[in-house]
Write a new protein. Structure first.
Length: 505
């Protein structure tokens, strides 16, 4: 290219109008700004609506899958030991002895029976001992030949193997017969034990003296069985005292001293003790200092799903006042909050927690109350969707809810379902507050038990001839899968269900 031509092109380029240099760094102006914002808003709305719809569809799909799976009535195979409380509670002159009977399921055979106290209360009102972990120690009293004197010890039972283990000797004690006469159903050795879930601590509480008003508490090392601490609690006033023990953690425990007058539980005192059995906090002596409902609270004390607080469910079966869900500080056991449970909802049978921080409380009205453990506030209370007449048959009397023959309830591990027994058996969806399965085809159902993982449900049933059996049912459909042979010694409660550990392991 010639130099003249290059000069001509350069001259023409220089004559092309260009914007100032500072404008080259400016961002280009948006076009149609209003339209773009509208489009974005529309897209966001579509995404949100689609997500909500997809969530509902997913939930419906999950429910449909669960329904289809439930329709098959499948039970996850497994071998369990079912532990039954038998021989009581009975009148003082009945002559029968309390014991814990072991059934191997699904074989359905009784494999052993261990003498020992398994029940606290009268023949009319009380409850079975609470078991955590894979070991239990049964209080046992043996006659020495001297009137009123008994040799006492604690017998260890390995729940995973169904065999007896070591003993803790308590010594020779004098037990006045007046206590049994005053409170029918009281064993000659009025005591109860608890083992921490990790097995490191064993507690023994026993009532002595006139009317059982002197309560002795001992703590033992769970491995060596050596004594660690000792304390005596006492009170005055009318009535008879029977005490219960509630294991809270490896070294913390609650002692519940129940006061009975004319065979009726009138009030209960609660003591929270440290590793040395010193009192951390107490709710005792009078109505102004007791926990709600006169201290008549469930021994099923649980951890909050939201934090380290303790949950105590209080409710009076006579419905003379409101109940409450009490939140206790994890260390001081002072009351952090109290959520009222109006008596119009009925007697609170039990509670369960969900991973989202919701606590479900089931009452015998029937009502499912939901409480937010994070805010300590009530969410709502919904009547369970089901024919009312059926629940009236299942739960004939609120006063029977804490008696040996009254309703029993267990919850699935995730807190979603409750299994209720009381003549019939029902599966209640706690999230949706509705009955999804129920049956009375096995006879009169008096107790229920669930395997630790929730895979297998066992019910204690009595047929028209008075024969008692354990029936294995599918948790989803409540269909019978198998049953045991007839069971002797009149069992009245299911204490625990544990998977069997094969011999040699």
């Amino acid at each position: 290219m010639s130099s003249d031509l290059r000069d001509l092109i350069r001259k023409d380029l220089e004559q092309i109008p260009l914007p100032p240099s500072e404008r080259w760094t400016l961002r280009p102006a948006r076009r149609g700004g209003f339209l773009s914002a509208g489009v974005v808003a529309l897209v966001i709305a579509l995404v949100v609506v689609g997500s909500l719809g997809a969530g509902q569809a997913l939930r419906a799909l999950r429910d449909r899958i669960e329904s289809d799976r439930s329709a098959t009535g499948v039970v996850v195979p497994g071998e369990d030991f079912v532990y039954l409380s038998d021989g009581g509670p009975t009148p003082a002159d009945d002559g029968r002895t309390q014991a814990m009977q072991v059934l191997a399921m699904p074989r359905g055979q009784s494999v052993d029976r261990f003498i020992g106290s398994t029940y606290v209360g009268t023949a009319y009102e009380g409850g079975v001992m609470t078991i955590h972990g894979d070991r239990v120690f049964l209080p046992v009293a043996t006659i020495t030949g001297v009137a009123g004197e008994y040799e006492t010890h604690l017998q260890e039972i390995d729940l995973s193997r169904g065999v007896a283990g070591r003993r803790i000797a308590i010594g020779t004690v004098s037990i006045p017969s007046a206590l049994q006469a005053e409170l029918p159903g009281t064993p000659v050795f009025p005591a109860e034990t608890a083992v921490s879930s990790d097995g490191t601590s064993i507690w023994l509480v026993r009532d002595t003296g006139d009317h059982g008003r002197t309560t002795v508490v001992d703590r033992f090392d769970g491995q060596t069985l050596s004594p660690l601490a000792h304390i005596v609690l006492s009170s005055t006033g009318p009535g008879v005292v029977r005490s219960r023990v509630v294991a809270l953690s490896p070294d913390r425990v609650a002692i519940v001293r129940e006061h009975f007058e004319s065979l009726i539980l009138g009030a209960a005192d609660w003591y929270f003790l440290d590793p040395q059995l010193e009192v951390i906090a107490s709710y005792a002596d009078d109505s102004g200092h007791r926990l709600p409902a006169g201290g008549k609270c469930s021994a099923d004390v649980q951890r909050s799903p939201a934090n380290a607080e303790w949950l105590v469910l209080c409710s009076d079966s006579s419905l003379s006042g409101d109940g409450a869900l009490v939140f206790l500080d994890a260390n001081t056991f002072t009351i952090s909050a109290t959520v009222s449970l109006p008596r119009e909802r009925g007697f609170a049978i039990g509670m369960a927690s969900a991973t989202d921080g919701t606590v479900y409380v089931l009452s015998d009205r029937p009502v499912v109350a939901r409480i937010d453990a994070r805010t300590h506030r009530s969410i709502d209370a919904r009547v369970v969707i089901q024919a009312r007449s059926w629940f009236d048959q299942l739960l004939p009397q609120a006063a029977a809810a804490k008696s040996p023959g009254g309703p029993s309830v267990v919850f699935s591990p995730d807190g979603r379902y409750a299994y209720l027994a009381g003549g019939s058996v029902a599966r209640v969806d706690m999230r949706d507050a509705r009955v999804i399965a129920h049956t009375n085809s096995f006879g009169a159902i008096t107790a229920v038990g669930l395997s630790p993982g929730g895979e297998r449900l066992y019910v204690l049933a009595t047929d028209g001839a008075g024969v008692r059996r354990i029936v294995l049912v599918a948790p989803d459909t409540l269909r019978s899968v198998g049953q045991s042979a007839p069971i002797a010694n009149d069992p009245f409660a299911i204490l625990a269900v544990r998977p069997q550990t094969p011999a040699g392991q």
